[in-house]
Design a protein around this ligand. Structure first.
Ligand SMILES: [Mg+2]
Ligand SMILES: [Zn+2]
Length: 192
């Protein structure tokens, strides 16, 4: 079985706070493609896992989100650093957003991080050993996802940089950015 680096999207590999709703606004962080290359060279699968409650809130539809993700994949592929897969959660469980009225999306689910549904689905589809894998993100929600899934959790200082403080959980490492996180993971994965 292989190991994977599960990467959060907003604030981790792309420079985005708030909701991204247009593909033309997509900007990779410097070093993001290099980070993906480094992880692949170290033998990992690179899989993006992202909560996109903007879908549930009616701020973006799934075809538009699909266009954003096609562009994201193309930007990495152009730089010689293709992503292995991308999973997103379009749901939102809370009822305090009156615009979020579509019952397909406004519901509890297992995929919304810190739920582990996206990681488990990837593990099934790719034969991934989650215990040897890593989750990298800019929020405590991502670190909590790692804890819930039973993999290593790496917090990056970009984006929210853990300042959301939503979940009381300690990361296994804190790195300046996605490239530093990839170096930390590559060193550690090689030692296993
Ligand atoms: Mg994020
Ligand atoms: Zn979901």
């Amino acid at each position: 079985m292989r190991w994977a680096a599960f990467l959060d999207r907003d604030g981790t590999i792309i420079d985005q706070e708030g909701f991204l709703t247009r593909a033309e606004d997509l900007r990779l962080f410097p070093g993001a493609a290099q980070a993906v290359k480094r992880l692949r060279e170290a033998g990992g699968l690179v899989i993006v896992v992202t909560n996109q409650p903007a879908v549930a809130r009616g701020l973006i539809d799934e075809p538009t989100l699909a266009r954003i993700h096609e562009r994201l994949k193309a930007l990495f592929a152009e730089k010689g650093a293709p992503l292995d897969a991308l999973y997103y959660c379009p749901h939102h469980p809370e009822t305090h957003h009156p615009e979020a009225s579509d019952p397909r999306y406004r519901r509890e689910c297992e995929c919304r991080k810190p739920g582990t549904g996206m990681l488990r689905r990837a593990a099934d589809e790719f034969g991934i050993d989650i215990a040897r894998s890593f989750m990298v993100g800019d929020s405590t929600r991502d670190v909590m996802t790692a804890r819930n899934a039973g993999c290593m959790g790496v917090l990056v200082k970009t984006g929210e940089g853990g300042r959301d403080a939503k979940f009381d959980v300690r990361p296994d490492a804190v790195c300046d950015d996605i490239l530093a996180a990839a170096e930390w993971i590559a060193a550690r994965a090689g030692a296993k």
